[in-house]
Ligand binder design. Structure first.
Ligand code: ZN
Length: 455
């Protein structure tokens, strides 16, 4: 869907960003060992229980599951729903059965359900109304109103030849069999290691209708909004299994994360969180933040959430091969399951950390400090349930990540010796067990403000 000329521009920009911004951070960090820790891991603390769960993410299981998905022939959203062996109906019943068996193994810790609705497929000339069935495994937390979402889409297509062909084989082993099996494996491993859940609830979801315009994820994002849920973050795993480019280049040691750098919504904060979590738990596997919604001209299931003001992020393989996307050539032999396992472990660390942490402060405010001649600022933020303390994080407006972390204790106001005109300051909540929330940027344009304080 994107021409070859654009590919060059995209790659050039990405290479430029990588060289200048992200490499610069590493150079700065390398000048001091303490700084190096903070620049790359942002003061996050490793949780031994999360790290211990990594070993259970199994490449062989991922391969077996993806081969079952491919065996359904096509998983086109409009394909057969009655057959036991072919089409999207058979695929979702198998996914539901797998997730239910994981729940049985963890004493019923997961709540598995079909999330159903219907949508007009506007990309078809006939504009048919089609039933949309997502499959969700909920891992309820202490707070059932706060949710961390991670999904992949189980539908497939051969859109590059005919987007409405719902009978021919559309294997979709990478797009998005890879993301589907990663999320299913996460459900199993999280259920086994954390059967009582975290502070927030986790929704592990397999979407339909992605290839027809993000229809399944739009349905789920709308439902969460209707039910009044607070969504901490929404992730999607989409094409996370290719490691060889068409020109022969190979990359199995890095992954891209796409998020809009909106200060008010917090997409960039989410990308930094994933970047730091990766550096902490899996330092040999580089997280490459790309601060845009998605690849040029493409979309993913994090988008409906971002459009509703929720931090959203897409995990995607470093090297795509457009000769294998949305085509009968998207087969198992080009999918690297060791690579998917690395992405799934990064998913696990990120989702578990965010769900275990308190929520981030909803509102902030600042006031210039007169006693210091305007060189310091009083920062205030709204109280967070379950927070044991708070931290302020500081970065220059051009810096890719935070370079100073100030622990302030269990207070909601602090006089910070920084010139707020010149930097971005984030505030985050720290849980009793050391898990850090996402940061809320103080004074972000469009961000939520505390009401003015009377003196
Ligand atoms: Zn996809």
């Amino acid at each position: 869907m994107v021409g070859g000329g654009w590919w060059m521009v995209d790659n050039y920009l990405e290479a430029w960003m990588r060289r200048t911004l992200w490499a610069a951070a590493i150079v700065v960090a390398a000048s001091s060992s303490v700084g190096a820790q903070q620049a790359s891991t942002m003061g996050l603390a490793k949780d031994a229980k999360i790290a211990a769960a990594f070993a259970d993410v199994t490449p062989a299981r991922l391969r077996t599951m993806d081969s079952v998905l491919v065996s359904f022939g096509t998983r086109h959203t409009m394909s057969d729903t009655l057959s036991a062996t072919r089409g999207i109906g058979a695929a979702r019943r198998w996914i539901h059965a797998q997730l239910s068996s994981y729940s049985k193994d963890c004493g019923g810790c997961l709540r598995v359900e079909y999330d159903t609705g219907s949508a007009v497929v506007g990309r078809s000339p006939e504009r048919p109304v089609v039933r949309m069935v997502n499959v969700v495994a909920w891992l309820p937390g202490r707070d059932t109103n706060r949710v961390v979402v991670i999904g992949g889409h189980y539908d497939s297509c051969i859109c590059s030849t005919n987007s409405m062909d719902f009978t021919a084989d559309a294997p979709g082993a990478d797009d998005d069999g890879s993301g589907t099996v990663a999320v299913m494996e996460l459900a199993r491993v999280m259920g086994k290691h954390f059967p009582r859940g975290f502070d927030a609830s986790v929704a592990l979801i397999l979407y339909t209708g992605e290839e027809q315009g993000l229809l399944g994820s739009t349905q789920f994002a709308e439902r969460l909004k209707r039910e009044g849920k607070t969504v901490t973050a929404a992730f999607t795993d989409d094409i996370i299994g290719n490691t060889i480019a068409d020109d022969g280049r190979v990359d199995s040691v890095s992954v891209r994360v796409f998020a809009v750098d909106s200060l008010a919504v917090g997409g960039g904060e989410l990308a930094r969180y994933v970047w730091a979590t990766g550096a902490l738990y899996q330092p040999q596997f580089e997280v490459i933040p790309v601060l845009r919604l998605d690849r040029l001209g493409r979309g993913g299931d994090h988008r409906p959430f971002v459009e509703r003001g929720i931090p959203g992020l897409r995990f995607s393989e470093r090297l795509e091969n457009y000769k294998r996307q949305h085509l009968p050539t998207d087969t198992l032999n080009a999918v690297n399951f060791n690579y998917i396992a690395k992405v799934a472990r990064l998913n696990l660390a990120t989702v578990a950390s965010l769900a275990a942490a308190p929520a981030r402060p909803e509102q902030t405010a600042y006031a210039r400090d007169r006693d210091s001649g305007g060189q310091s600022f009083t920062i205030r933020w709204s109280l967070v349930a379950n927070a044991a303390s708070y931290e302020l994080l500081v970065r220059r407006t051009t810096a890719p990540t935070y370079t100073r972390i100030v622990p302030v204790g269990n207070v909601t106001q602090f006089l910070l010796d920084e010139q707020l005109d010149d930097v971005w300051v984030g505030v985050r909540a720290v849980g009793a067990d050391g898990h850090r929330s996402l940061t809320t940027v103080v004074g972000a344009p469009g961000g939520a403000r505390l009401p003015a304080q009377r003196r």
